[in-house]
Design a binder for this molecule. Sequence first.
Ligand code: ZN
Length: 217
Amino acid sequence: MKPDTIDVKIIEALMEDGRASFRQIARRTSLTTPTVSARIARMTKAGLIMKFVPVLSVDSVNPHVLALVTLKVSSMVAEEVASDLARLREVEDVYMTTGQSITLKVALNSPQGLQSFLNLGVLAKPGVDVTSSQIITAVVKEESAALLPSTMTMNLRCDYCSEKVTRSRPYTVSVASSHYYFCCKTCRKAYLDKYGSRLAKLGAPKTDQPDILKGAV
Ligand SMILES: [Zn+2]
């Protein structure tokens, strides 16, 4: 299933301020607080939102110098060299690109550190040529690209049969702050038949079609 416009609104609000409360996000997106909380829970469960992390300013964490290094590598050793480079602590990013090249972003203690980095054994291997190495003089932008909603997918699994939920509006059951998702009405009914009385102890279970609960709990 794909995130809908409500999900996207919430994601955009979170990208602006990952610490905003559900209530603040609700106000900014003109949604209700329970909707925001349920959607964030769903996107987290589906693995679309992986975690909330602080973004530290590079300057205040470690006063280092960044450099971009581009290598030409023979296809025989490309993957091995890339993974060796990825293991180095000073290497922040490793990109394999067209033209049999590898581009690295490297953090150094000083501009002079670049030469020592270039002397590392892995860069002296046969089949590896350093084609350019430059110190970054200014970072104009450094963040993930703006979201393209059409490329996002959520991997939500049915809480009863574990199959993928493909409907854009899954069948749901909510009890207190827990939310359960189902691929079809049948799975939801089966789930309620099995666990309905247990759920009822936590509060009144709600579904998006309330009549279904009657007789099940
Ligand atoms: Zn199912």
